[in-house]
Design a protein around this ligand. Structure first.
Ligand SMILES: Cc1cc2nc3c(=O)[nH]c(=O)nc-3n(C[C@H](O)[C@H](O)[C@H](O)COP(=O)(O)OP(=O)(O)OC[C@H]3O[C@@H](n4cnc5c(N)ncnc54)[C@H](O)[C@@H]3O)c2cc1C
Length: 353
């Protein structure tokens, strides 16, 4: 087939690499090669990524920047450690560059309409979803991220601080050589001030600032996945774990599903819905939290289902999942949300939980 891959992020670059031997593939990317910087904290699970890398003849360990021992969760009055099982940061920029080595990619091209002359056009434009029909009622989290150098880093491992109300979190992810991604995403838009305050507090030197929204609506509600000769993958069809904003591995799962079903897009649709069914529960939980309808006494079953999903996939998420950790983190954020709702009717404050 003659295939156009529009959007050369993690899904698009992986697809170019996987498809180029059997098909004629051409890539289009709106960024210029010199300015391209994957807007992402570059955190992932080494256990899964090593298999994706192997599929395209790369060794994932060559891209590792930091392998975590523990994730420190800042609950306000307490720093709560969660054991990690393969969560790492990797050089996502170099990884994507290596995926497209020797591929035909046109940079500086923002594709606005469906290109002619292809048997299949893959919309891998992430949040933009530039070629598939637009979808209503989308939930997304605005984010900002700085690349920061610290003379005296406040932590030496992964650190997160949830926002009050389970609406997002601030992250501090090590990239090695005292450089970190410090970012935050918050549905209630407290993220910019939180990152600025964190970097100032610990005297960080800001090397770069980026930001974009992350889609958290799961695939079930991001249909259609295909329309005529256009088919979507990755964040364009909602492959982001809604609770964490984690989209690298899910986007690569969707890319593999597309490769398997290239000739049968209806089967691709069904496969995606099956793979991402557990995300519906997570989304339901988050949506209830964001709209003030969460009642932990009634909705504990949702949380328990999410816990079970992660408990049996510790390698996949790179994190130990224990019921007491779940309960501790969620109930702390929830308690603070209730307290603040009692104190004021809005969630306007820029403070973290
Ligand atoms: C600040 C931030 C931090 C994150 N941190 C993590 C993390 O640590 N771990 C994790 O797993 N996930 C993380 N995510 C989510 C993850 O980055 C994405 O879900 C994932 O990269 C989606 O992959 P994709 O290939 O579908 O889209 P993207 O990686 O977003 O790639 C889309 C590409 O399409 C290009 N493009 C868009 N429109 C057009 C157009 N019209 N024409 C041509 N090109 C176009 C863009 O320039 C981009 O290169 C984070 C997201 C953000 C915003």
């Amino acid at each position: 087939m003659k295939i156009a891959v529009v959007g050369i992020g993690v899904a698009g670059s992986y697809l170019l690499s996987r498809l180029r031997d059997e098909h004629t593939v051409e890539g289009f990317e709106m960024a210029s090669p010199s300015r391209y910087y994957p807007m992402c904290a570059w955190g992932t699970s080494r256990n899964v990524m090593k298999n994706f890398a192997k599929n395209v003849g790369l060794n994932f360990d060559d891209y590792l920047l930091h392998t975590g021992r523990e994730m420190i969760v800042d609950l306000g009055g307490e720093l709560y450690p969660i054991r990690l099982k393969g969560l790492c940061t990797f050089d996502k920029k170099r990884f994507e560059e290596d995926l497209i080595k020797d591929c035909n990619v046109k940079f500086n091209v923002r594709v606005k309409s469906i290109p002619n002359g292809y048997d299949l056009i893959i919309d891998s434009t992430g949040f933009n979803r530039s070629l598939l029909p637009k979808i209503e009622n989308q939930y997304y989290i605005p984010t900002i991220e700085y690349r920061v150098k610290f003379k005296d880093p406040p932590f030496d491992d992964f650190y997160i601080k949830p926002f009050r109300g389970l609406s997002g979190y601030l992250w501090f992810f090590p990239l090695g050589d005292r450089i970190y991604h410090v970012g935050a995403g918050d549905y209630f838009k407290r993220h910019c001030k939180a990152v600025e305050e964190f970097v100032k507090k610990y005297n960080g030197e800001v090397l770069m600032k980026v930001g974009r929204p992350v889609r958290i609506t799961p695939p079930q509600y991001c249909q259609p996945f295909y329309n005529g000769a256009v088919v979507g993958v990755g964040e364009a069809i909602g492959t982001v774990y809604p609770m964490l904003g984690e989209g690298i591995i899910p986007s690569l799962y969707s890319a593999e599903a597309l490769i398997e079903n290239l000739e049968d897009l209806e089967k691709y649709r069904r496969t995606i819905l099956k793979i991402f069914k557990p995300y519906n529960t997570v989304f339901q939980f988050i949506q209830k939290g964001l709209t003030g309808k969460l009642d932990l006494k009634k909705d504990w079953i949702l949380l328990f289902k999410i816990y079970l999903h992660m408990r049996f996939r510790e390698e996949r998420y790179g994190t130990q999942a224990r019921i007491r950790d779940f309960y501790k983190v969620v109930s702390a954020a929830w308690r603070k949300m209730k307290t603040s709702r009692n104190q004021s009717s809005t969630i306007e404050s820029s403070e973290l939980s």
